[in-house]
Design a protein around this ligand. Structure first.
Ligand SMILES: *Cc1c(COP(=O)(O)O)cnc(C)c1O
Length: 425
């Protein structure tokens, strides 16, 4: 104990803060046990997929040029399909991020005149431009694809009556965002998503149900594709990349949907056959292998922070006890000084760029200044411990990630300490 206290002291974290943290961990033992059980289940799910798909050493080396017969790439896609319990998957470094993966899944499976429906309210910010909710070049709207939205009821439940009204003969895809992202609604459990999909399919059986799975992978033992989703879509610099994937996105789902996506990503006629994997396959495989325990670390970090800051009287979403369906945590800190101190603390506990001081800046696309803390191995990676806070009321910080639980815990303690040192608690 003494020795670890010394190490915390080197980080500028006081014995009192360490003690507070220790008490909270004591109280969270049972909860952390359950998280470890989910990680154990998911680790076996991933391992079995590797075994059944016969991942070999040769799979770890990439191809160049056209990338014909890239055994590593093709096997990895089988592994993803196995894990997500789908017929096929597209997992590529050529899919540049989560937004790109979502745009690809939509644009490749919708045709002019079709309708897209979001029965869960407004989608993630970047999707607004993909759909054309905000005017944008190349949007679905420009291609004559219509969009309908049914907002959630005030208690975040589905408005089944309005959803029923909104589904019509043109409805081709229903898009469901699992994580709340940076909104105030709750994150849906996989079970709830399954109920919504069943409701939609009961009205129109041939609708394609797509789930934006960002931040949700491996948080539960089942994924939306286990409960009827035709496509699940996500980013490899979030959960399934395990912190090692340096780029990439995935779409797992029905064979015909994945084929459409592949022909759109490369070219009609070429589809999945081309697309060199270059040197990223080892990191894709190893990151996926680590992902279940990395996600468990991120979850523990979020829950620890919720408990620590709730005790200090701050509003935390999700709160200290509620069940988790993604890795994002929000804390309403109430002032610019607190938001900055929190982010500075997270930054100074980062393995990379610990010595820099983050400052609020006018980020493109935002209506207020934003401060961000990110000292990551992979630029912008949000499975690594990272935080950001818009400088406007109610002065909330949003954070997520933590590749290891001891690091996540240290980052949160350092954020807390920085606030304490400035008399902000
Ligand atoms: C991160 C995220 C996206 C977009 O992913 P990027 O990789 O940032 O483009 C979409 N939806 C949700 C819910 C997300 O969390």
């Amino acid at each position: 104990m003494m020795i670890v206290n010394d190490m915390y002291e080197k980080m500028g974290i006081s014995p009192e803060t360490v003690k507070k943290g220790r008490q909270i961990c004591e109280d969270l033992k049972e909860r952390f046990d359950r998280i470890d059980q989910v990680a154990e289940y998911n680790q076996l799910k991933v391992l079995n997929a590797f075994r059944e798909c016969k991942v070999s050493e040769a799979c770890l080396y990439g191809t160049t040029g056209y990338g014909y017969n890239d055994i590593g790439r093709d096997t990895l896609e089988e592994v993803y399909a196995q894990i997500f319990n789908t017929q096929a998957a597209l997992v590529r470094p050529q899919i540049t991020c989560g937004t790109h993966a979502l745009a690809l899944a939509l644009m490749s499976n919708l045709r002019p005149g079709d309708e897209l429906l979001s029965p869960v309210g407004k989608p993630y910010d970047t999707l607004e431009e993909v759909i054309g909710i905000r005017e944008s070049k190349g949007s679905l709207k420009e291609y004559g694809i219509f969009y309908r939205q049914v907002d959630l009821l005030t208690d975040s439940s589905f408005d089944y009556d309005k959803i029923k009204e909104a589904i019509n003969e043109k409805t081709k895809i229903v898009t469901i965002q699992r994580s709340k992202g940076y909104q105030t609604r709750k994150t849906f459990s996989v079970k709830e998503i399954g109920e919504l999909i069943a409701f939609v399919k009961n009205i129109k059986s041939d609708v394609i149900c797509m789930v934006d799975n960002c931040y949700g992978e491996f948080v539960e033992t089942i994924e939306p594709s286990d409960v009827g989703a035709d496509m699940v879509v996500g980013s490899l610099i979030k959960n399934p990349g395990g912190g090692l994937a340096p780029i990439g996105g995935y779409i797992a789902g029905r064979k015909d949907c994945i084929e459409n996506a592949a022909y759109r990503l490369t070219s009609p006629g070429l589809g999945k056959e081309v697309g060199a994997s270059l040197g990223v396959l080892k990191d894709f495989y190893q990151g996926l292998f680590l992902a279940p325990t990395v996600v468990a670390s991120a979850l523990k970090t979020s829950i620890f922070a919720a408990n620590l800051f709730e005790k200090e009287g701050f509003k935390v979403v999700p709160d200290s006890t509620e069940s988790r369906h993604d890795i994002i945590q929000a804390i309403t800190l109430g002032s610019e000084e607190r938001v900055c101190a929190f982010c500075e603390g997270i930054q100074s506990a980062a393995p990379v760029d610990s010595f820099v001081t983050p400052e609020p800046w006018d980020m493109p696309g935002y209506d207020a200044k934003v401060i961000m803390a990110a000292g990551a191995f992979v630029s912008g990676s949000s499975i690594e411990l990272s935080a950001d806070g818009p400088i406007k009321p109610p002065f909330a910080v949003y954070f997520q990630g933590g590749l290891t639980w001891p690091h996540g815990k240290t980052g949160i303690l350092k954020a807390y300490q920085t606030m304490a040192d400035r008399g902000l608690l």
